[in-house]
Design a protein around this ligand. Structure first.
Ligand code: PMP
Length: 379
């Protein structure tokens, strides 16, 4: 039960005197508090007996339908039978790990990748192997070779606005990866929490939109980044017979996802134009990202490399030789600001010169202020 280094930093990040770029916490001022308040009141007033009661492990039927509808709109035709509602996509990853993995199983991952997925999988005693990537994400030929060599149980990928790097796999990459997965006996676990936070018009369907992968893939998704992470409503799309087993794991750990949260989410989705709200959120996040990239370009030392993501929540930076961000972070805290050092995101050969900045939690002025506080680190 090793502790996540990021969640440890979150304790510090909550200190109001610190300007934090650590957590991927959506901007609270963009939450639709009124709309959600109406949705909660409605479902309790209209049928409190149901909303406040226990409910099915797999999720409320309306929520499963709403999730299937959202997936179809994102280019992944889905029947509600192929959807299990989870308490955030993180629970989906954890339950899937309990269902699929035995100690010693190998899981192929991007290097670096989302730390809490590593945590969920590591609890089952799996071993990780790193996949080779370039600026377009995982290299399909390298994936093919790694599958042949390591005979992994699963491949875990975040193809859109990856956490932590912000990298997005182009469509040609996705189809090439689908070809590789289709040719092998391996599970694909695709994690897609960020795709709706895009800053361009380019919509890239998930890899699992390829029907050849229907019997060997899972897609984890949630309302956290588009609506509110405190809701804890997410879903897992996958083969029905496996989701039944995942449901058994869910019974044993949580019985169900909150009934009132699901019904309020359904009511909200049915009565709100979420898409037009997202237009505002995307524009605001894009502007914050631009401020961050501009300010970082001012303060980072010559020779640094920055990603400029086309969506999501994170900018990833790599400092020139000689820097160690795991040490710098303590000095950053003394200066009243914080980022996440890159090393813990790696499963192999951690790059001590990398660091992740979230650009969503503060307005542009505060972003500039926080980064200027950080400037002496690089002087
Ligand atoms: N996957 C990735 C890549 C994430 O970045 C996050 C949130 N940080 C999650 C899954 C989990 O999000 P949630 O459980 O709120 O849906």
């Amino acid at each position: 039960m090793g502790e996540s280094p990021i969640r440890k930093l979150f304790g510090i990040a909550h200190d109001p005197s610190i300007i934090s770029f650590a957590g991927g916490h959506p901007a609270p001022e963009l939450f639709d508090t009124e709309g959600l308040s109406r949705a909660f009141s409605h479902v309790i007033d209209a049928n409190g007996g149901r909303a406040l009661q226990y409910g099915p492990t797999d999720g409320e039927p309306e929520m499963r339908e709403a999730a299937a509808k959202r997936l179809a709109e994102q280019g992944v035709p889905t029947s509600p039978a192929n959807v299990l509602i989870t308490s955030g996509s993180q629970q989906g990853l954890g339950l899937l790990s309990q269902t699929l993995f035995n100690p010693g199983d190998i899981v192929l991952v991007e290097n670096p990748t989302y730390m809490s997925a590593l945590q969920a999988f590591a609890l089952q005693g799996v071993e990780f192997r790193a996949l080779l990537s370039d600026e377009g994400g995982v290299i399909p030929e390298a994936l093919d070779t790694a599958i042949r060599y390591w005979k992994p149980k699963a491949v875990y990928l975040i193809p859109t606005f990856q956490n932590p790097t912000g990298v997005t796999m182009p469509w040609s990459r996705r189809t090439a990866i689908a070809d590789v997965i289709a040719a092998h006996d391996v599970w694909l676990i695709e994690d897609d929490p960020y795709s709706e936070l895009r800053f361009t018009d380019e919509v890239l369907p998930p890899i699992v939109s390829d029907p050849r992968l229907d019997d060997r893939s899972f897609l984890a998704n949630s309302l956290s980044k588009v609506l509110a992470p405190g809701l804890r409503v997410g879903w897992l799309r996958g083969p029905e017979e496996v989701l039944e087993r995942v449901g058994v794991a869910k019974q044993g750990s949580a019985l169900q996802t909150s009934t009132v949260d699901q019904l309020a989410a359904v009511h909200y989705l049915e009565h709100t134009d979420l898409e037009s709200r997202l237009v505002t959120v995307r524009a605001e996040y894009a502007s914050r990202m631009n401020t961050m990239v501009d300010e970082l370009a001012e303060i980072l030392p010559p020779g640094s490399v920055l990603t400029k993501p086309a969506g999501g929540m994170f900018v990833w930076a790599r400092l020139p030789e000689g820097f160690d961000t795991s040490e710098l972070v303590y000095r950053a805290i003394e200066l009243g600001t914080i980022f996440v050092p890159g090393a813990p995101f790696y499963v192999e050969e951690p790059d001590e010169r990398t660091m992740r900045f979230s650009f969503v939690s503060h307005g542009s002025e505060t972003i500039a202020q926080g980064l200027r506080r950080m400037a002496p680190l690089f002087a």
